[in-house]
Design a protein around this ligand. Structure first.
Ligand code: NAD
Length: 247
């Protein structure tokens, strides 16, 4: 494959890419990368539009910024009706409370984690996948986690169960979307240096590469799955964990 063909395949020129969690570590990195590759970007986060816009200042190709709680179907549907057709959906919204499952309030946290991390992608897929199927093209990329495969390093059981659910959801969605030219995939990052891991006591020396991953490294995998280059990748969750299984 020539370099020119590869460049063309990575290109997102003219494609509308909706990113959730766009104010977060991975979300900002993937937003920037997709912008550099020519995407027209719709940025969504539960945080204020001002905050999401500010942390993505200077990013190329931003069409719109929305405050949207992906766990609330009505909010997702409202954004979908405003935005219209989307070629690529990238869901990086997520929460990972570090708490004690024996605590009396834990069940509230359980519901929040399941609502954001599992109901969120379901709401998003309900809003955007049918249009992709109709147009016979689309890419959906969800964020799973190492925790969803292994039980995690420091995560609580709601997060672990939610991310295992995301991995299963990738398969469920892909079974329905793939025959229509819509590729649904996921990434399963190991620990990544972002607000989610900040101050949680991860030790770089514990990992084969002697460091945590960067949001940009996860973004690079997501942008590949979001691109025409991933035309023969469907229903898979790709590890991006710095070789953590080598420990
Ligand atoms: N950081 C890690 O170590 C790591 C590891 C494995 C998987 N992941 C997953 O990768 C994704 C991105 O994580 P990150 O490191 O960028 O975390 P982050 O905390 O930096 O960003 C998450 C973003 O999601 C947004 N968000 C939270 N709830 C939301 C909701 N209900 N609706 C819309 N947006 C919401 C937050 O406001 C934030 O901007 C998450 O799904 C996370 O679970 C992260």
């Amino acid at each position: 494959m020539s370099n020119q063909f590869q460049r063309m395949q990575d290109d997102l020129a003219g494609q509308t890419v909706l990113v959730t969690g766009a104010a977060g570590g991975v979300g900002r990195a993937v937003t920037k990368l997709c912008g550099e590759r020519g995407a027209k970007l719709v940025l969504c986060d539960v945080t204020s539009t001002e905050q999401t816009a500010a942390v993505n200042h200077g990013v190329e190709g931003v069409l719109a910024v929305h405050q949207m709680d992906c766990s609330v179907r009505a909010q997702v549907e409202e954004v979908a009706s405003t935005v219209g057709a989307v070629d690529v959906l990238i869901d990086t919204a997520g929460i990972c409370p570090r708490d004690d499952w024996m605590h009396e309030d834990w069940d509230i946290a359980f519901e929040q984690v399941i609502n954001v991390n599992v109901r969120g992608p379901i709401n998003l897929a309900r809003a955007f996948m049918p249009g992709m199927i109709e147009r016979k093209y689309g890419r959906i990329v969800l964020c799973g986690s190492l925790a969803g495969w292994t039980g995690g390093l420091r995560s609580s059981p709601h997060y672990v169960a939610a991310k295992g659910g995301v991995h299963a959801l990738v398969r469920w969605l892909a079974m329905r979307a793939t025959p229509h030219g819509v590729c649904v995939n996921g990434v399963a990052p190991g620990p990544v240096a972002s607000a989610m891991t900040d101050g949680q006591g991860y030790t770089p020396d514990d990992f084969p590469l002697k460091r945590l991953g960067t949001p940009e490294e996860v973004a690079s995998m997501i942008a590949f799955l979001a691109s025409p280059a991933a035309s023969y990748v469907a229903g898979t969750v790709i590890d991006c964990n710095g070789g953590i299984y080598l420990r």
